[in-house]
Design a protein around this ligand. Structure first.
Ligand code: HEM
Length: 233
C-alpha cells in the first residue's frame, strides 16, 4: 500500500499545486533536498545504531528511501509526454514537467547512494555467496547504469542549463530518457522478483504504469508520423 499512497500523494500534490510548483520551484527543490538529506542521515544512523523507525514515520521514510515518491514524480514526467496533448491534465503536467523531473531526481539520490554504498561495503561477502546472487547483482548494476544516464538528464532539466544548449542538442540528449525508463522498469521488476515473497500487487502496478506508458508513447509516435505523411502528400 505504501506504493499506492505515494503515487496518489504525488498525483494529488502535482495537480493541486501546479502553479505554486511552477512559481516557487526553488522552494520545492529545497524541501526535496532537505528530505533527501534527512533520509541519508537517518539511514546512516540506522546502520550505526540498528534502530528502526516505527509506524507512520517509518512508512514515510521507507517511501522516500525505496524510491516510491521519486517514481511517482517520474511517472508524471513520463505520462506528460505520452498523453493526448490537448487534454487539460496533460497541459497541467506539461507545465511542470521539468520541475517534476528535478524533484524525482533529488528524491532518488538517497535510494541510489545508500543501496550502492551498501553493495560496495558488502562486495566481498556478496561475491563469496554460493550460489552467486545473480539477480541481486544484476538489478544493482542495472540501477547504477540507469542512475548514470539520469545525471545529464537531471542537470539539463534546469532552465539555466537548458538555455545554454540549442533545442536540437537538448532534444537529442533527452532521447536518453527512453533507455532510462526501460532500465528503471527492468531494475524494479528484478528487485521485486528477487524478494522471497513476490509482491504481485506492486509488480502489477509498476507493469501497468511502465508498459502502459510505452504503449501510449508508441501510439503517439505512430500518429504523429501518419500526420507528417499526410501533410507531405
Ligand atoms: C545506484 C543505483 C541503484 C541502486 C544501487 C538501487 C538499489 C535498489 C535495491 C537494493 C532495491 C531493492 C530494495 C528492497 O527490496 O528493499 C531497489 C528497488 C527499487 N529501485 Fe533501485 N537502485 C538504484 C537505482 C534506481 C533508479 C535509477 C530507480 C528509479 C528511477 C530505482 C527505483 C527503484 C524502485 C521503485 C524499487 C522498488 C521499491 C519498492 O517498491 O519496493 N532504483 N533498488
Amino acid at each position: 500500500m505504501r506504493l499506492v499512497y505515494s503515487l496518489l500523494f504525488v498525483v494529488a500534490f502535482a495537480l493541486l499545486f501546479t502553479s505554486s510548483i511552477k512559481k516557487h520551484s526553488k522552494f520545492y527543490y529545497s524541501i526535496a533536498t532537505a528530505i533527501a538529506g534527512i533520509t541519508i542521515a537517518y539511514e546512516i544512523y540506522k546502520l550505526i545504531t540498528d534502530t528502526k523507525l516505527q509506524g507512520f514515520i517509518g512508512a514515510l521514510e521507507k517511501a522516500f528511501m525505496k524510491g516510491n515518491v521519486s517514481i511517482g514524480f517520474l511517472i508524471l514526467v513520463m505520462f506528460a509526454g505520452a498523453l493526448y496533448p490537448k487534454w487539460k491534465i496533460t497541459k497541467k503536467l506539461l507545465s511542470i514537467r521539468a520541475e517534476a523531473a528535478i524533484l524525482s531526481c533529488i528524491l532518488l539520490i538517497p535510494h541510489c547512494v545508500m543501496y550502492f554504498v551498501g553493495f560496495i561495503m558488502h562486495i566481498d561477502q556478496i561475491l563469496s555467496y554460493k550460489p552467486l546472487p545473480i539477480l541481486y547483482i544484476s538489478y544493482v548494476i542495472i540501477g547504477l547504469i540507469a542512475f548514470i544516464i539520469m545525471i545529464p538528464l537531471f542537470i539539463t532539466s534546469f532552465k539555466k542549463v537548458r538555455a545554454k544548449m540549442t533545442n536540437k542538442e537538448w532534444k537529442k540528449l533527452q532521447r536518453w530518457a527512453y533507455p532510462f525508463y526501460f532500465l528503471t522498469y527492468v531494475h524494479i521488476v528484478i528487485a521485486l522478483l528477487n524478494d522471497d515473497k513476490v509482491d504481485m500487487m506492486k509488480l502489477g502496478i509498476y507493469t501497468v504504469l511502465f508498459v502502459g506508458y510505452f504503449i501510449l508513447k508508441l501510439i503517439k509516435i505512430s500518429n504523429s508520423k501518419k500526420k507528417k505523411h499526410i501533410g507531405a502528400m
